[in-house]
Every structure is written in structure tokens, then in C-alpha cells.
Design a protein around this ligand. Structure first.
Ligand SMILES: C[S@@+](CC[C@H](N)C(=O)[O-])C[C@H]1O[C@@H](n2cnc3c(N)ncnc32)[C@H](O)[C@@H]1O
Length: 168
């Protein structure tokens, strides 16, 4: 019984801790990953960063079949572990997953940053994006806009959340 309980409790606390820090895990549909991919139109060699990458599906989906370098940052060890397994299974060696707090990840090298978090986390993240992103870097926010920024484009689809594109 204890062998079953310990991993379940670890998984639970890891997910709850990450949820309390910025957002709970909510998986992204394939359809929406494709919308993000099209909107960003990433070029070979660019660096794509997802802050709060969950199980890695967006990083791996957006960079699939390209030479874009993907980085996913995730606080929950459970989600990070799944992302690592997906990376190995899909042999996506150009992408990597960092276990840590998204607020500590240095964004100065990023060409494009994507996130799907809570609106209050977007608010907390804004000063970091303004301080670290180089001019021309793209930011995509899923579902909610970034307050105080003017989007370059808002991608809308019936029955689906909005995707907002910003250029610094
Ligand atoms: C809405 S989910 C994004 C899911 C991801 N796009 C996917 O489809 O799997 C938000 C993710 O952010 C992670 N997260 C929340 N706060 C975080 C923080 N401070 N640092 C890193 N990751 C965080 C959560 O663990 C969760 O996996």
C-alpha cells in the first residue's frame, strides 16, 4: 500500500504546488497547438520558450519537423517527467525541458515566448518580459490578453480560446 501511496502523494503535491505558483495544469488541444505554430511562423534556428510547459505537448508540437530549438520550463516534477519521456520517445533532441520556476528562467535568448497560465500570472510576468525580451521577440498568450500591451494579431476561432500575438 505504501509503495502506491507515496508516488500518488508526491504527484498530488507536485501538481498542487505548481498550480498554486502560477496555474494548474490544463492540457492544450492539438488544434490550438497548430494555431500557435501558424501564428508564430518560427524560422530555422530560432528559440521558442514555453513558460509552464506542462507535459511538453506544445513545445514538441510547435517545433516538430523543424530546426527550431524548443525550451519548456515547468515547476511540477510530474509534468516535467512526462515531458522528458515524450522528448525521448519522439527523439526531439533540439528541445529541452527545464525543471524550475518560470519566474527564474532568463528570457534574453528567446525569439518567441508562449504561455497558458492564469490572468494574474500574466500580470506578474509582464515586467519580466519587458525587462528581458529583446526587441522583435514575439510573445503569444493563450486565452487571456496581456493587460497594457497592444496585440499585433488576435487569432479567433469559434468555440476555441483566443490566441494573442505581441511583438516587443
Ligand atoms: C495551463 S498549464 C499549461 C499546459 C501546457 N501548455 C500543456 O498543454 O500541457 C500551466 C502549467 O504551468 C505550470 N506552472 C504553474 N506555475 C508555474 C511556475 N511558477 N513555474 C513553472 N511552471 C509553472 C503548471 O504546472 C502547468 O503545468
Amino acid at each position: 500500500m505504501i509503495y502506491f501511496l507515496v508516488p500518488v502523494l508526491l504527484l498530488f503535491f507536485s501538481l498542487a504546488y505548481a498550480a498554486g505558483s502560477g496555474a494548474p495544469w490544463v492540457p492544450t488541444f492539438k488544434r490550438d497547438i497548430e494555431r500557435v505554430r501558424k501564428l508564430l511562423d518560427l524560422k530555422a534556428g530560432e528559440i521558442f520558450v514555453e513558460l509552464g510547459c506542462g507535459d511538453g505537448r506544445v513545445v514538441l508540437g510547435v517545433t516538430k519537423g523543424t530546426s527550431v530549438r524548443g525550451v519548456g520550463v515547468e515547476l511540477s516534477i510530474a509534468q516535467w517527467g512526462v515531458a522528458q519521456i515524450r522528448r525521448i520517445l519522439t527523439r526531439s533532441w533540439k528541445s529541452r525541458f527545464v525543471l524550475g520556476n518560470l519566474f527564474s528562467y532568463d528570457l534574453r535568448d528567446a525569439d518567441a515566448v508562449y504561455f497558458f497560465l492564469l490572468p494574474e500570472t500574466y500580470e506578474k510576468l509582464r515586467p519580466k518580459l519587458e525587462a528581458e525580451l529583446r526587441p522583435g521577440a514575439r510573445v503569444v498568450s493563450f486565452v487571456w490578453p496581456i493587460q497594457g500591451w497592444t496585440p499585433e494579431k488576435v487569432e479567433e476561432m469559434e468555440g476555441a480560446p483566443k490566441v494573442h500575438l505581441y511583438v516587443r
